[in-house]
Design a protein around this ligand. Structure first.
Ligand SMILES: Nc1ncnc2c1ncn2[C@@H]1O[C@H](COP(=O)(O)OS(=O)(=O)O)[C@@H](OP(=O)(O)O)[C@H]1O
Length: 369
C-alpha cells in the first residue's frame, strides 16, 4: 500500500460535491473513472441513472427524476453526478447542493469529430458515408438536422452543454454560449492537455496527486484512426463552427488560469510528478506496462464496450498482486459500464440490475438511456 499512496499535507478542505459534464469523445471516461474511484474510496454517494442505466436520460435534457433515489425522496444527499447528460443547470440544481463544484472537459473539435465518426459510424448521419472524407465532401447528402441522433455528427460539445447544435453561427450567439458556460461551470479542462488539466483539477478540488492519476480509458487502437488532410481539418472546423468557437475561447481561458493559479514553472513540475506516478503505477499494475487490443484482454470483466468501427483498448492486470494493490489497480482499469454497475449495486443492493445497457443509441432504435 505504501507504494500506492503519496499524500501531501494540505491546508484546504477536499471538495466532495462535484458535477462533471461528461462531454462525448473528450477523454471523459478517464475522468469519470477518477471520480468513481474518489467517490468509492471516500464513501460518497453518486447521483446514478435510474434502473442502473448508463446515461442520465441522454440525449434528452437532464431531469432530476432521471437520478435513482431522487423521486422517491429516499436519497437527498448526492455527492457526485458524472454520467452522460445533456446539461440543464436548473434541473441539476434540484439534485445537487448550491456549494457543488461544476466542471467539464473540451476537445479540439477536429479530433473529436474524427473520433466520433469512427465510434458512431452506425448512426444515421454517418451510416451511408464510406469515410469521414466522403461525409465532409457533401454533408448535406448525409446529414438530416432533425434526425434524433444528428448531434453526434455536428457540434457535439455544443449539444452536450445544452445548446442547439444546428443554430446559425454569429459572434453574438457564441459569446452568449461562452458566457452561459462560464456562469455555470467553475472549471473547463482540455483533453489535449490532459495532465495539465488534472493538475488544475486537483488544485481546484483540493484533492491529492494520487486521486487524479489515471490510465487512459476508451482509447482507440491507432489503426482505426483516420489521417486528416489540411482540407479535411478546415472542413471539420467550419462544419463544427459552434464547437470551434467554444473550444478556442476556453483554450484561452485555460492557459490564463494556468498562469494565474499554478504558474508555468510549477505546472511543469506537477505534470512531471503526475507522469512519474502514472508510470510507477503502470509498472506495478499492468501486465506489459500498457494497454492491449480487445482480443488480448484476458479478464472479460475488464473488457471495454466495442462500438462502431473503433477498436477500444483495454488492460491486463499483473498476476499475483496483493489484495490492496490489486484492488487499487483493478479500479483504475475497470471500464465505465462495469464500474457504474458495481456502484449501482453498492448503492442500491436491494434493486435488481436490469442489464448493462449500451451507452450509445443504435441507428433506428430510438433513444436509449
Ligand atoms: N488521458 C487521456 N488523454 C487524452 N485523451 C484521452 C485520455 N483518455 C482517453 N482519451 C481519449 O478520449 C476519447 C474517448 O473519449 P470519451 O471517454 O469521452 O468517449 S465517450 O463519449 O465516453 O464514449 C478517445 O479518443 P480517440 O482515441 O481519439 O477515440 C481516447 O483516446
Amino acid at each position: 500500500e505504501g507504494q500506492l499512496s503519496s499524500s501531501h499535507p494540505t491546508a484546504c478542505k477536499p471538495k466532495t460535491y462535484v458535477v462533471f459534464l461528461k462531454v462525448h469523445k473528450s477523454a471523459s471516461s478517464t475522468i469519470m473513472n477518477i471520480l468513481f474511484r474518489f467517490g468509492e474510496t471516500h464513501n460518497l454517494t453518486f447521483a446514478l441513472p435510474v434502473n442502473g442505466a448508463s446515461q442520465l436520460g441522454y440525449p434528452n435534457y437532464f431531469l432530476a427524476e432521471s437520478v435513482e433515489g431522487f423521486s422517491s425522496g429516499n436519497m437527498s444527499d448526492f455527492n457526485i453526478l458524472c454520467h452522460h447528460m445533456r446539461f440543464l443547470k436548473a434541473q441539476v440544481q434540484r439534485v445537487m447542493p448550491s456549494s457543488t463544484f461544476y466542471f467539464s472537459i473540451l476537445r479540439n473539435p477536429v479530433h473529436l469529430m474524427e473520433s466520433s465518426f469512427t465510434y458512431y459510424k452506425g448512426l444515421s448521419p454517418f451510416a451511408r458515408a464510406r469515410n469521414l472524407e466522403e461525409f465532409l465532401s457533401q454533408p448535406a447528402k448525409f446529414y438530416n438536422a432533425s434526425a434524433h441522433d444528428s448531434h453526434y455528427a455536428k457540434n457535439l460539445m455544443t449539444f452536450d452543454f445544452g445548446f442547439n447544435h444546428n443554430a446559425n453561427f454569429s459572434t453574438n450567439h457564441t459569446r452568449q454560449m461562452q458566457r452561459n458556460i462560464e456562469e455555470a461551470f467553475d472549471l473547463l479542462l482540455l483533453s489535449e492537455y490532459f495532465d495539465e488539466s488534472m493538475v488544475l483539477l486537483k488544485e481546484a478540488l483540493c484533492w491529492d496527486l494520487d486521486s487524479v492519476v489515471s490510465f487512459p480509458l476508451n482509447s482507440r487502437e491507432g489503426r482505426t484512426r483516420a489521417a486528416l488532410s489540411e482540407s479535411m481539418v478546415a472542413k471539420i472546423k467550419s462544419w463544427n463552427r459552434l464547437d470551434w468557437a467554444i473550444y478556442t475561447h476556453f483554450n484561452r481561458t485555460f492557459w490564463e488560469r494556468v498562469d494565474r493559479v499554478v504558474g508555468r514553472e510549477r505546472m511543469k513540475q506537477e505534470v512531471r510528478a503526475l507522469c512519474e506516478r502514472r508510470e510507477q503505477l503502470a509498472k506495478t499494475c499492468l501486465q506489459g506496462g500498457g494497454s492491449v487490443g480487445p482480443p488480448e484482454i484476458r479478464d472479460k470483466s475488464l473488457a471495454p464496450l466495442q462500438h462502431g468501427q473503433a477498436r477500444i483498448l483495454g488492460y491486463n492486470l499483473k498476476a499475483g498482486l496483493d489484495e490492496t494493490t490489486g484492488r487499487t489497480c483493478r479500479r483504475m482499469v475497470t471500464p465505465e459500464l462495469q464500474y457504474s454497475s458495481a456502484l449501482y449495486r453498492r448503492q442500491f443492493p436491494w434493486k435488481p440490475v436490469v442489464s448493462i445497457s449500451l451507452h450509445i443509441p443504435i441507428a433506428g432504435a430510438g433513444q436509449r438511456g
